[in-house]
Write a protein that binds this ligand. Structure first.
Ligand code: NAP
Length: 290
């Protein structure tokens, strides 16, 4: 069992840190910017909390981060009182934030400079995946370091894969978001059309979800989409952050992403409708706007 630090107890980090303590049996010390959340975590799971990321990371064998974006990540890692100022040589920094491949490579270098290691490890599976400890984790880093980190990451994962060197986990997560963007627009158009055509959406999905049109989104989101319920799940503000990272990486590597770019604009329309925190399936609301 290892000494573990966890930085960022948001929707995702809170239950993930919980699994490391309970399912993994590790000794977890948490840090959260809003201290009340760290206290509530300790009340529920035991473990300990620290006043700064650096204090949480001191003596830890594995340091996890799960914050918002690139800048937030820099603050808690290489900023003043960031984890890298205190990590012991040989310790492994594992970042679960959805961030750019560039910041992952930057942190890999910063970790090496201190005699530490880095794995970028963005996740997919949403809030329920985090709460049930069944996330998909896409990793980038050295194979030997990954093998050491894998059994610890396993506490909150169902599927863990090493995609290549540092930054590759983030690149894989970008592909994940590209695939989701076009698919959700297609599903929204399908449901929108079905309603206009007077079809019973429940019966329709029962039949077509077993064929070539079936998807996780169709199985898990058609009911709430049909009911016009979007105030849950993965927020559009986060999706636009992710698509921004994707489109900027595509400008670098020359990939053509016309549908992804268009859907990003559609999400902008939904934000303008007040949907910043709505689920990504709310592309349907845009089509049904009078
Ligand atoms: P969240 O609920 O908004 O939590 C963000 C966490 O980061 C909070 O603990 C916040 O602290 C902390 N934080 C943000 N900026 C910080 C800063 N500058 N310094 C210190 N702490 C900071 O977000 P989330 O849903 O857990 O998502 C976290 C990451 O996972 C994001 O990159 C997101 O894109 C990704 N992700 C989310 C989902 C999902 O379904 N939610 C799915 C896959 C991936 P405070 O409590 O003080 O605000």
């Amino acid at each position: 069992m290892a000494n573990v630090a966890f930085i960022g107890l948001g929707v995702m980090g809170y239950p993930m840190a919980g699994h490391l303590q309970t399912k993994g049996g590790h000794s977890v010390r948490v840090y959260n910017r809003t201290a009340a959340k760290a206290q509530s975590w300790v009340d529920i799971y035991g473990g300990a909390s620290a006043p700064t990321p650096a204090e949480a990371a001191r003596d830890a064998d594995f340091v996890f981060t799960c914050v918002g974006n690139d800048d937030d990540l820099r603050q808690v890692t290489t900023g003043p009182d960031g984890v890298l100022s205190a990590m012991k040589p040989g310790a492994i920094l594992i970042d679960n934030t959805t961030a750019s491949a560039e910041v992952a490579r930057e942190l890999d270098e910063a970790a090496r400079a201190r005699g530490c290691h880095f794995i970028d490890a963005p996740v997919s599976g949403g809030q329920s995946g985090a709460e049930n400890g069944v996330l998909t984790v896409m990793c980038g880093g050295d194979a030997g370091v990954f093998e050491k980190a894998r059994p610890v990451i396993d506490s909150y994962a169902r599927m863990i894969g090493l995609m290549g060197p540092a930054g590759s986990g983030q690149l894989a997560k970008m592909v994940n978001q590209i695939c989701i963007a076009g698919l959700v627009q297609g599903l929204s158009e399908g449901i929108h059309f079905a309603k206009r055509a007077g079809l019973d959406v429940e019966r329709l999905v029962e039949v077509i979800s077993k064929g070539a049109a079936g998807s996780w989104q169709m199985e898990n989101r058609h009911k709430t989409m049909n009911e016009g319920k979007f105030d849950f799940g993965f927020a559009i503000d986060w999706m636009r952050k992710d698509l921004g990272i994707v489109l900027s990486e595509a400008r670098r590597n020359g990939a053509k992403l016309p549908v992804t770019a268009l859907v990003d604009q559609f999400y902008g329309d939904v934000q303008a409708m007040g949907g910043n925190r709505w689920d990504t399936s709310s592309l349907l609301a845009r089509l049904e706007k009078p």
